[in-house]
Design a binder for this molecule. Structure first.
Ligand code: CDP
Ligand code: MG
Length: 136
């Protein structure tokens, strides 16, 4: 059964800085995801903390929020069949060292913190995260 979903993708500062935006977008489109919306923004640390608040008790939270607000990012709404899961698969494991071949994090990730991309992990979070960046 066809299940067209939307999910939120972020190209993180390390990838924007290395001019990988177009390459990552091409990779997504080649893998059947449609980029419905895309904008380049630079968020504050407070906004990053709000976005990542599920991780607020984690040891890496402060560094994570500093990092996401350290430079421009590209936020996108992706659409496609099973988009949430299929994009998570295309991203690869959180730690690029553990990511499967031909995934974004394997191809471009530098380290567990500079892992080039974010993707929503569930239908509920996809909805929340899309609303966070693209309020209508
Ligand atoms: O991004 P993903 O959903 O794969 O991982 P997460 O567990 O939701 O963690 C969010 C982000 O925190 C990751 O993408 C990493 O950039 C960062 N992180 C980190 O810096 N150190 C860790 N030990 C775990 C995650
Ligand atoms: Mg996550």
């Amino acid at each position: 059964m066809s299940k067209i979903e939307q999910t939120l993708s972020i190209i993180k500062p390390d990838a924007v800085e290395r001019n990988l935006v177009q390459e990552i977008k091409n990779f997504l489109e080649k893998n059947n995801l449609i980029i419905k919306e895309s904008k380049k923004i630079h968020i504050t640390k407070d906004e990053a903390s709000e976005f990542y608040k599920v991780h607020q008790s984690k040891s890496f939270f402060n560094d994570l929020c500093s990092y996401l607000s350290s430079g421009p990012i590209v936020v996108m709404i992706l659409e496609g069949e099973n988009a949430i899961f299929s994009y998570r698969k295309l991203m690869g494991a959180t730690n690029p060292k553990e990511a499967e071949n031909n995934t974004i994090r394997k191809l471009y990730g530098i380290s567990i913190d500079k892992n080039s991309v974010h993707g929503s992990d569930s239908k509920d979070n996809a909805k929340k995260e899309i609303n966070f960046f693209f309020k209508s």
